[in-house]
Design a protein around this ligand. Structure first.
Ligand code: ADP
Ligand code: MG
Length: 226
């Protein structure tokens, strides 16, 4: 009976999510169509709508990008022995690109000389690091520090922490963080944390968010160590 309930709940969840996705994609598509029509009616010297059209296409692309990684069923994803430090280094190097031209600094609190292994899907885990560091960067106007640490806890846990000095999250919003499409950003998709949470759950991990409005945010991810 339990199994059936879970299956049913899962389907309801997927249904709601599909509705949400359809809605989010339809908005930029409708706007694109409108601008294509306007563009057709224009004479050469008049204002062109290509920049807006490009922006709307980008928006659809980011929604699809964020969801792509979830599309892969977990049975297919390969859970190999991976060094979490390598994954964080890689994810951080990608995420750092988003901070170019700012005075945002990155501090690593881990020693690369000895590896720390967990079982996981490299691609998905890199995505989690990118999503979280990107959120930290976006939470700070143009300066501040993002601190990334990896620590062993007890005998069997690896804790990855990402802490920033950004605008923080209100108590109300803390409850909504993992909901699909919850965003407070003008260009946000509201999918980064939902996707990350999903990936971490598949890795038998746990995500915890600690935040103070105006002070900053710390995200801890606790993985089983192997
Ligand atoms: P998006 O980044 O597209 O908005 P996310 O799922 O990554 O979507 O994040 C959802 C929301 O959670 C953000 O819009 C923001 O309000 C809040 N948030 C997440 N991480 C942070 C952070 N490090 N600092 C402040 N707010 C954050
Ligand atoms: Mg995000």
């Amino acid at each position: 009976v339990y199994e059936e309930m879970n299956q049913k709940e899962k389907l309801i969840g997927i249904g709601q999510m599909a509705t949400g996705i359809a809605h989010e994609i339809r908005n930029p598509l409708t706007s694109l169509k409108g601008f294509v029509q306007l563009q057709q009616e224009l004479k050469h010297e008049e204002k062109d709508f290509f920049p807006i059209m490009k922006q709307e296409i980008d928006r659809i692309n980011s929604i699809v990008d964020d969801l792509m990684i979830l599309g892969k069923p977990s049975v297919v994803s390969s859970f190999d022995k991976v060094n979490i430090k390598d994954i964080v280094d890689y994810g951080l190097s990608i995420a750092e690109q988003f901070a170019r031209g700012t005075e945002i600094k990155f501090i690593k609190e881990y020693d690369n000389r000895n590896p720390e292994y967990i079982r996981g899907d490299e691609k998905q885990l890199k995505q989690v690091v990118i999503n979280l560091v990107k959120n930290s960067i976006e939470s700070m106007p143009d300066k501040g520090t993002v601190k990334v640490s990896i620590k062993i806890e007890g005998q069997d846990k690896v804790v990855l922490s990402i802490a920033d000095e950004g605008n923080g999250i209100s108590e109300d919003n803390l409850q909504k963080l993992f909901e699909p499409f919850f965003t407070t950003k003008k260009d946000g998709t509201g999918l980064g944390l939902m996707v990350s949470n999903q990936i971490i759950k598949e890795h038998k991990g746990l995500i915890q968010v600690d935040s103070k409005l105006g002070k900053g945010t710390k995200v801890d991810i606790i993985f089983p160590k192997i």
